[in-house]
Ligand binder design. Structure first.
Ligand code: GLC
Length: 460
């Protein structure tokens, strides 16, 4: 069996049915039964990768059913005592439960999840996928229905309402996205900000231009612009910027302070100066008062290229960094989820001594095959077909042989993750999609602002 056939077989076997219709895919089909109980669930973020494959293969029905089911589940959420319900919340995952010959759907909004983490990214992924479905399924009507329009409005009310601060970025707790454990990723993590930008892009296409919707549409559009300008400027790090940070004055009050977040130059980690090549750059992991997280998170950086968050030149510099630091950022099996890993006291304090997230494992510097599709897409986006091909080839050599592990361990990623599931569905779907993009030259839909390729992205 070729890697392609093996991946397709796993994806097909992972399909979940509800009342006779396909509605999603389970997270893992581990033959050894090692998978944690909730890997039987269909996770919203995991399914998006399956959906990319289904849509590009001309199988939109499962995506339509998924979008509808998740929307219906979100309507069923009830408020905790002492809380007023935020109607825009989406589940992290759901499963089909069989009881007394009847089927029902059970959602997890983080209330069953390990660590009770809040799946903020589910909301953003749902919007992104709805837009992708609208533009590539031949069914542009689904999102026009009043139930969908109402859900989009609820989500926007929640995301755009003023919180406790005035940054354009979204403030979220630890573990609100793919890294769904404590990892010092609270505050304003890049991945959430990039997804937020993509979701606001999506809303522009999705929310009908009616009198009722107009104020929200305008608000969303303004926020989208200020968010992008903010990320491009304040999250960006290259040598010129590092030099500025190095000489930053601190303790500046007032409206015209340069170092407005009071970043202390002593917080710049020692590894950075010798590591960052002159022609390269990346978006830092997070930014907040007195805090720059200098770690490089792959998903946020690569999706920033796909969604057109960064300038074209910045996109090229990010790929230049991947090229120059290939062994550390890609290693044996694409792709490191973040770099570098937290070690020693940092690991103790920021992960709460999490034994699954020891240095160079799992979320803490482990290698995740699912991220392959974003590297391949981003590389093609800036005409680096050479890098896309190299990553794809490396993945092809090991993933099917190793039975589609969830992640790999070690500095260079040569060990199958100690507690990784096998037959992890998004590892296979990520490969299928990367292969498709590489050989057919497009993510899914050239009309959409998100997932765009060369000509359209990063122009302004
Ligand atoms: C783990 C990952 C999360 C993923 C889930 C299902 O919890 O951290 O990102 O969605 O597994 O695969």
């Amino acid at each position: 069996m070729t890697p392609l056939e093996s991946a397709q077989k796993l994806l097909d076997a992972a399909i979940i049915e509800y009342r006779g219709e396909p509605v999603g895919t389970v997270a893992a089909m581990d033959p050894g039964g090692l998978a944690a109980d909730n890997y039987q669930d269909c996770f919203v973020r995991d399914f998006v990768i399956s959906a990319l494959v289904f849509l590009s293969q001309g199988k939109p029905a499962i995506v339509r059913n998924f979008l509808t089911v998740v929307m219906e589940l979100h309507q069923q959420r009830s408020a905790s005592a002492g809380h007023r319900l935020n109607r825009g919340m989406m589940p992290a995952s759901f499963r089909v439960v069989h009881e007394n010959g009847r089927e029902s759907l059970h959602a997890d909004f983080g209330d069953r999840a390990i660590g009770r983490v809040t799946p903020v990214d589910s909301i953003l992924w749902w919007l992104l996928l709805l837009d992708l479905y609208r533009s590539s399924s031949g069914d542009p009507e689904l999102s026009c229905g009043e139930d969908f329009q109402c859900t989009i409005r609820d989500i926007l009310e929640m995301l755009l309402n003023e919180g406790f601060e005035e940054f354009p970025t979204l403030l979220v707790p630890d573990g609100a996205f793919m890294i769904d454990r404590r990892m010092g990723v609270y505050g304003h993590p890049l991945e959430i900000q990039v997804l937020f930008y993509g979701a606001l892009n999506a809303v522009d296409d999705l929310l009908l231009d009616t009198e009722q919707n107009r104020p929200l549409r305008e608000l969303a559009s303004k926020r989208r612009q200020s968010l992008r300008a903010y990320i491009r400027m304040y999250y960006w790090l290259d040598m010129p910027r590092l030099n500025e940070l190095h000489r930053f004055k601190t303790e500046e009050a007032g409206f015209d302070s340069v170092n407005m977040l009071n970043i202390n130059p002593d917080s710049i980690p020692n590894w950075l100066e010798g590591w960052l090549p002159d022609n390269a750059g990346y978006l830092i992991g997070s930014l907040g008062p007195g805090r720059m997280d200098f770690r490089l998170f792959a998903a946020g950086n690569l999706m920033a290229i796909l969604f057109g968050v960064v300038y074209r030149q910045q996109a090229e510099q990010i790929l230049a960094l991947y090229e120059a630091r290939w062994d550390e950022l890609v290693g044996a099996v694409p792709l490191k989820i973040c770099y570098p890993a937290l070690e020693g006291r940092d690991w103790q304090l920021l992960t709460g001594s999490d034994s699954k997230n020891v240095a160079w494992s799992y979320h803490n510097g482990g290698s995740w095959p699912v991220l392959l599709y974003s590297l391949v897409g981003a590389a093609l986006n800036v005409n680096r077909r050479d890098l896309a091909g190299r990553a794809l080839q490396q993945a092809e050599q090991v993933l099917a042989r190793d039975q589609w592990p969830e992640y790999y361990d070690g500095r260079s990623g040569r060990l199958i993750g100690r507690r990784a599931n096998l037959c992890q569905v998004w590892s296979a779907a990520g490969y299928l999609h990367a292969h498709h993009v590489f050989h057919h030259g497009r993510m899914v839909d050239p009309e959409s602002d998100n997932w765009a390729l060369q000509e359209r992205a990063n122009q302004d």
